[in-house]
Design a protein around this ligand. Sequence first.
Ligand SMILES: [Zn+2]
Length: 477
Amino acid sequence: MNKANHRISARLAAWLVAVAIVAMPIASLAQTQISYHSNKYKPSDDVKLGRQAAAEAEQQFPLLRDSQVQSYVESVGQRLVAAIPPEFQHPEFRYYFRVINASDINAFALPGGPMYVNRGMIQAAHNEGEMAGVMAHELSHVALRHGTAQATKAQKYGLLAGILGIGGTILGGPGLGQLAQGSVGVYFLKFSREYETEADLLGARIMANAGYDPRDLANMFQTIERQGGGGGGFMSDHPSPSNRYARINQEAQSLRIANVPHDNREFLAVNERLRSYPRAQTMAEIQRSGRRYPNQGDTYPNGDRTGYPNYPSGRIDYPSSQYRSYNEFGIVRVSIPDNWRELSDSGNSVWFAPSGGYGSANGQVVYTHGVNFGVAQTRSRNLQQATDEFLSSLQQGNGNLRSRSGYQRTYINGRNALSIGLSNVNEATGRNEIVSVVTTQLRNGELFYMIAVAPDNDYNNYQSVFQNVLRSVQLND
Ligand SMILES: [Zn+2]
């Protein structure tokens, strides 16, 4: 069974150079001049570095799976990208925008273009302009190539041993700052005040070019401050320029706002959707949970994929007879062998699999052994028709999936359920495998499912484990 994915290239070597510089404050009503810092890297290095860090980031943080929200943020982002002044455009860069389901009022961008906007930031903004302001600030760090400029500088002073990825956050603070201590390898550097000021000034210019009032960027910093930094520690150790608000507003006086009409209708609609979701965790909580999100499997604009690095090894320890209990989606409790890992692939699907029983192959995450639980939206409220729909969506992602039998009636936690056996050819190993699917309906009409998978010749060894897991399911919806 698979979901989409990718592989991570080798560690990046050490890098280095000299420092030139910067922002020359000129007379008060002229635009402040901004120039690039000394940088020993090529723009294509920014792209490479950013892509690798993005793959790591997407394993650490859950993306919000909502195409309406996602495409809205992408469209605002691309409008800003088009408004980057020509001298700061880089044809190699690939800007794209994703929403992380985290509550911190934060956003970060990676060299070469990937940008991640927290759900909490969208919800804290008062209007589209404030949201766009944060994005324009982040975009400016990327366009000014601050990540690699900072790496250049740090290496000059021998500070950068072993850094894998470089990002910049709007706020810094404990959320992302502490990631640097994680073993995983996404390192978010804090930028200097000088870089922050440059990103504010270029951000204001991008805003004006895109038809937004640059003062919305200043307002957003006040919004963030008023909300205590959204738990991200805005006031703590972030090198925030002291007169940031005044400085942006001053710069705004020298900028002409392009005549591009905007309204807040889409912004408000998106916020209404976001309010309907369960509370998001903070990035620190997500990090503490130790959960990984290997299956997000999005495709980059160039066709590469992000995701999990290991090929399934096929070397699997026998399932432990000790079980551990998990709560999922706020409605299900289930017991799983305690030597299996929990692997989330989105807000509404989770895998449990033994080490060696999952990994990446041909750009996809593939499971050879394990169970998957999830909640699916279907058009039909009839269990069998809903299950038909669900199976055909599974078949779209697994071309070799065939049913071996018809439906059988069974129960999940005392509720009527259907089970069906399917065969598949594993995408990584090429071995035949058995896939069992059991479905029942939740009270709100959504379809709850469990999928169990094991190779043909190993299935008997796992059948009792799968049955134990299924019997342990408690639904509380
Ligand atoms: Zn910044």
